[in-house]
Design a protein around this ligand. Sequence first.
Ligand code: NI
Length: 255
Amino acid sequence: MLFDTHAHINDKRFNTDREQVISSAKDCGVAYMLNVSYDERSVSQSISLAGKYPFIYAAIGIHPHYVKNHNESVLVKMEQEYLENNKIVAVGEIGLDFYRDLSPRELQKEWFVKQIHLAKKLKAPIIVHNRESNDASVEIIKAENAGEYGGIIHSFSGDKAMLNAVLDAGMHISFSGPVTYKSAADIREIIKIAPIDRILIETDCPYLTPEPYRGRRNEPAYVRFVAEEIARIKKMDFEEVAEITTQNAFDVLKL
Ligand code: NI
């Protein structure tokens, strides 16, 4: 039994076969999914998916790429939605992306902090996106005590110092398709030293497709390749990794 803790099934690349992708994930042992939002439209889409399928949960938040397109009214709307709907279980994805810099960095930081405050008000865990912004992310997570109600650093790409800082802050980390890439030696080192009870698995579909399907559209069924790689690195049984990471997701998301 697997839990894909970061999927974007709402993405338009699933418009022609969404039902089939969801049922094939179930057939492949993916018992639960968290559909993660990134803008106002995907917040609504995530909520309707979670309403339609008992095994799909929703995270709502504004991704650092898109914060420049929103105003504060979306925060008020998300707060109301969260309070009214028990299938919404986290605030995310929120954070910083200094790789693509699609929104100004200061604005990204401002919105990261604002959405951490929203999550704390709701006593909700957070889903954090971090790319090429390790120091700034850690600084904000520490200063805001952002792990107070738990959280996940999604598709973890940090170094050992960042790993220790976020574990100390009470956060979990999740891994996605790139752990299967030849070039991912650094991430495999992180998996070696990270405690299994703080690790989650995800696809980030339709992005970050694992081997052997790299280059194609990603989908939740492929989360098993991430679990298999973690099992190999940590010299554990696949079933054990599946069971522990699923339990970890239940713990973080308070399901
Ligand atoms: Ni994502």
